[in-house]
Design a protein around this ligand. Structure first.
Ligand SMILES: NC(=O)c1ccc[n+]([C@@H]2O[C@H](COP(=O)([O-])OP(=O)(O)OC[C@H]3O[C@@H](n4cnc5c(N)ncnc54)[C@H](OP(=O)(O)O)[C@@H]3O)[C@@H](O)[C@H]2O)c1
Length: 302
């Protein structure tokens, strides 16, 4: 299959593109810069230059392929506090992909996040059948799923807020470590019993490949090897490795301590993966987050 991958030069692309190539697929990877193009071609894929600012051009190139994995997201806008702009650009591309791929029956697998389940107010672990609550990227997720009605085998992989491995350069695990290092405190919100799921990059990437091959139209999948780790456990491990104290951060200091992460740090996001495992046969084979921290790789050279 010839697969078009947006975000091919990013963290998840570094797992997904090599896995697709190893499985014998041809990969065309979107790149917005010379550096991105060099990354994509170094994997052995073909680079296609384009930017989220021109979704129509990206969608046209995607339609020349047999399947699409959509990972690109402007995280610089998220980190600078303009999350809505990043979400809007993503939604524009989803609509453009819908117009370009309609009726062709091709697979489209798009990245989303497990955190959208929190605002659904479930009071239990979120499942693949649960729609996300209002706000965040839920509209985008629903827009992808709606493409099933337009003759596209569209599906969504919900990624946990922490995706970890030695391939991670700037994900939330690294952000939490950097904050603890800068402030001298490995902080957690309130009593720290809120839970975040986590996934190893290679396990998350493998789920995208399984979904590309087999996901029925209009389905959601959960890429969480760890279904929910308490934030105080994450902070404790970071504190131990950095040699800084672990402490609760009161609600009125979350913004000052965690910066842009304040909008998600106190969320409780236990996430079930039962359906993903049973239906797609996804089985995480790589270490969990706390075991990864124990290897010390995240703390080398700090
Ligand atoms: N990793 C996680 O923990 C996690 C958790 C939840 C959801 N997700 C979602 O999963 C997807 C992939 O995440 P990731 O961790 O691989 O992100 P990443 O490492 O930040 O990579 C983002 C990719 O998007 C590209 N990109 C950014 N702005 C662009 C633009 N204006 N035009 C074209 N391409 C652009 C980047 O290109 P450059 O290489 O040029 O920067 C890069 O290839 C995203 O939708 C993300 O929000 C990830």
């Amino acid at each position: 299959m010839r697969v078009f991958v947006t975000g091919a030069s990013g963290h998840l692309g570094s797992a997904i593109v090599p896995e697709l190539l190893a499985a014998g697929h041809d990969v065309v990877g979107l790149a917005r810069s010379d550096a991105g193009a060099a990354t994509v071609t170094a994997y052995g894929a073909t680079a296609h230059r384009g930017d989220l600012a021109d979704p129509g051009a990206i969608a046209k190139a995607a339609a020349d392929c047999d399947g699409v994995i959509h990972l690109a997201f402007n995280h610089e806008q998220l980190r600078s506090g303009n999350f809505p702009a990043a979400v809007a650009a993503d939604l524009a591309l989803v609509h453009a992909l819908g117009d370009a791929l309609a009726g062709a029956g091709k697979p489209l697998v798009a990245a989303s996040g497990t955190l959208g389940l929190v605002s659904a107010g479930l009071g239990r672990p979120g499942t693949e059948e649960d729609a996300g609550g209002p706000g965040g990227r839920t509209d985008n997720e629903n827009a992808v799923l709606a493409l099933a009605e337009r003759g596209i085998r569209a599906s969504v992989v919900r990624i946990p807020p922490i995706t970890h491995s030695t391939l991670d350069r700037g994900g939330f695990a690294r952000t939490l470590i950097a904050i603890a290092q800068r402030t001298g405190v490995a902080g957690y919100p309130g009593d720290g019993t809120n839970r975040w799921p986590a996934g190893h990059t290679l396990d998350v990437g493998h789920l995208f490949c399984l979904a590309l091959a087999n996901a029925p139209a209009g389905t959601r999948w959960h890429a969480a090897g760890d279904e929910g780790i308490e934030l105080r456990e994450i902070a404790q491990s970071i504190g131990d490795h950095l040699g800084v104290p672990t402490a609760s951060i009161p609600a009125d200091r979350l913004q000052a301590h965690f910066g842009f992460l304040a909008m998600v740090i106190a969320l409780d996001n236990p996430t079930s993966t039962t359906v993903t495992r049973q239906v797609l046969g996804w089985e995480p084979t790589h270490q969990g987050l706390l075991a990864e921290f124990e290897t010390g790789d995240y703390f080398k050279g700090l």
